[in-house]
Design a protein around this ligand. Structure first.
Ligand code: AMP
Ligand code: GLY
Length: 415
C-alpha cells in the first residue's frame, strides 16, 4: 500500500515510524515532513494548507491512503476533497472536524449524544460573559470557540483576566471547572464503529510541578497504572460510541481519530475537549506501543471496514516522552539554533518536531523541537531511558520538564 502522510511534527514522525513497520506498506510519502522523517520516508515540500496541491501530489504518486496529521487541513476540508476524488483518507470531513474546530459545536453534539462534560454557556456579549463567569465562580474556564493553536483556553482565578480573554473572541464557551487528573483517550473510527486505543497522560504546563503557561504538551506517558480498570470500557460506552453514533445520525460521520480529553472527577469521567486527530505528544508514547499494523488499521477505518468490538494489540512495555522545547517557548521561541548530541540510547527514540537542516546542520525551527521517548518494562525504566537520551542533547537555551511521569512511576514502584 502507498501511503501519504500529511504533517511535519513529532506526531507525524511517530506516525511515520509506526507506518513503516506495517508489512503491507510499500511506499511512505510525507508532506512536508522534517529532517527526522526524511530519514525513513520520502518527503515532499508542498503547502499542506493548499488542498489542491495535496490532491495533485496524491494523484501523481498514485496514493492509496492519505493520513492527515494536523487539524488545520481537516477543518479546511482536505479530507472531503480527497474522498471526493476517490482517494481513501484517514481524517474527518470539514463538517465532522468541527468537533475540534468549534467548542460550541462540540458541546451541542455532546449534549445531544448524552456525553458527560462540563456545564457551559456559549457567550457573545460582555453581559453574557460576566453572567456565565459568575454562575460558575472561580477558577474560571474561558475557551475561544474556534481553532486557536493551543492559545484559546484560559483557566484563571482572575475575573478581569477571564473577561479580557473572553472579549478577544467574538464567541466563547465559558464552562464549569473540572477537578481531577486528565487523561487522553483516542478512538479510531470508520464513521460507524470506533475502536479505543489505550489511555495516555499529557503534561500541558511548561514547567515542573504543573507551573507556568499552557503549552501544546511537554511530555506524556502510557499506560496509566493508576487509572480505573474500566476506564477504556466506560469511555467507549459513554463518550466515543455515542459521539460517533450522533455524528452519523447528523449525516456527518466522523472518519478518523476522535481524541477525547477527559477529566476523572469525583462525579465521574467528563470530557474536557475533543480533537479530530492524533494527539501530540501522546502519539509518541502510544504508537511505539501499538503492535497492530497501523497502515492496514487506518486503511480499514478510511474505507468503513472496522469490525464491531475489535481490539488493538499492545506491547506490555511502558513509554515516556519528554519534549525538548526552544528557549522562550511557549511565549516567544528562539529558532535557528544548532542541535547536537542526538544519539538515542537503546530503548529510546528521538522524534523530530520543530527542526530543519541548514548548511548541513540540524537546527531548531519550532517551539517544541524534539520529543524523546523511552521504553521500558515499567515507567521508571522508560523514564530513565528518555532522560538519559534527552540530557545528552545540546540546544542553547532549551528546556524540558524533569517530572514527566514521575508521580506515576513512584506510585507504580510502591505497588
Ligand atoms: P483544551 O484546549 O480544551 O484541552 O484546554 C486546555 C487545557 O485547559 C486542558 O488540558 C485543561 O488542563 C484545561 N481545561 C480546559 N477545560 C477545563 C475545565 N473545564 N476544567 C478544568 N480545566 C480545564
Ligand atoms: N496533546 C494535546 C493535543 O494534541 O492537543
Amino acid at each position: 500500500m502507498k501511503v501519504l502522510l500529511i504533517g511535519s511534527g513529532g506526531r507525524e514522525h511517530a506516525l511515520a515510524a509506526a507506518l513503516i513497520q506495517d508489512p503491507s506498506l510499500t511506499e511512505l510519502h510525507v508532506a512536508p515532513g522534517n529532517p527526522g522523517i526524511e530519514a525513513i520516508a520520502l518527503c515532499h515540500v508542498i503547502d499542506i494548507d493548499d488542498n489542491l496541491a495535496v490532491l495533485h501530489l496524491a494523484k501523481e504518486l498514485e496514493i492509496e491512503l492519505v493520513v492527515i496529521g494536523p487539524e488545520k487541513p481537516l477543518v479546511n476540508g482536505l479530507a472531503d476533497l480527497l474522498r471526493g476524488a476517490g482517494i481513501a483518507c484517514f481524517g474527518p470531513s470539514a463538517a465532522a472536524a468541527q468537533l475540534e474546530g468549534s467548542k460550541d459545536f462540540a458541546k451541542k453534539v455532546m449534549s445531544d449524544a448524552g456525553v458527560p462534560t462540563a456545564k457551559s454557556f456559549t457567550c457573545n456579549t460582555r453581559d453574557e460573559i460576566e453572567a456565565a463567569l459568575d454562575t460558575f465562580g472561580a477558577p474560571y474556564v474561558v475557551k475561544h470557540d474556534g481553532l486557536a493553536a493551543g492559545k484559546g483556553v484560559v483557566v484563571t482565578d482572575d475575573r478581569n483576566f477571564a473577561i479580557e480573554h473572553a472579549l478577544q473572541s467574538s464567541q466563547v464557551v465559558i464552562e464549569e471547572f473540572l477537578d481531577g487528573p486528565e487523561v487522553s483517550l483516542f478512538g479510531i473510527s470508520d464513521g460507524r464503529h470506533v475502536i479505543p486505543m489505550q489511555p495516555a497522560q499529557d503534561f500541558k504546563r511548561a514547567y515542573d510541578g504543573e507551573l507556568g503557561p499552557n503549552t501544546g504538551g511537554m511530555g506524556a506517558y502510557s499506560p496509566l497504572p493508576w487509572a480505573p480498570s474500566d476506564l477504556i470500557e466506560q469511555t467507549l460506552a459513554q463518550v466515543l460510541n455515542p459521539t460517533i453514533q450522533e455524528m452519523a445520525a447528523r449525516g456527518t460521520p466522523f472518519v478518523g481519530l476522535l481524541y477525547a480529553g477527559l477529566a476523572i472527577t469525583n462525579k465521574g469521567t467528563k470530557v474536557i475537549e475533543f480533537n479530530a486527530r492524533f494527539g501530540d505528544p501522546e502519539s509518541q508514547v502510544l504508537l511505539p506501543r501499538l503492535k497492530t499494523p497501523l497502515a492496514q488499521l487506518l486503511f480499514r477505518a478510511a474505507t468503513g471496514a472496522l469490525i464491531e468490538g475489535e481490539e488493538l494489540e499492545w506491547s506490555d512495555e511502558s513509554a515516556v516522552t519528554v519534549v525538548l522545547a526552544s528557549a522562550g517557548y511557549p511565549t516567544a521561541p528562539v529558532l535557528g539554533e544548532p542541535i547536537l548530541g542526538v544519539d538515542p540510547i537503546e530503548g529510546s527514540f528521538v522524534y523530530q518536531a520543530g527542526t530543519n537542516r541548514r548548511d548541513g546542520i540540524l537546527r531548531s525551527a519550532g517551539g517544541r523541537v524534539l520529543a524523546v521517548t523511552g521504553m521500558g518494562s515499567d515507567l521508571t525504566e522508560a523514564r530513565n531511558r528518555a532522560y538519559r537520551t534527552i540530557s545528552a542533547i545540546t540546544l542553547r537555551g532549551s528546556h524540558y520538564r524533569s517530572d514527566i511521569a514521575l508521580n506515576a512511576a513512584v506510585a507504580e514502584q510502591g505497588n
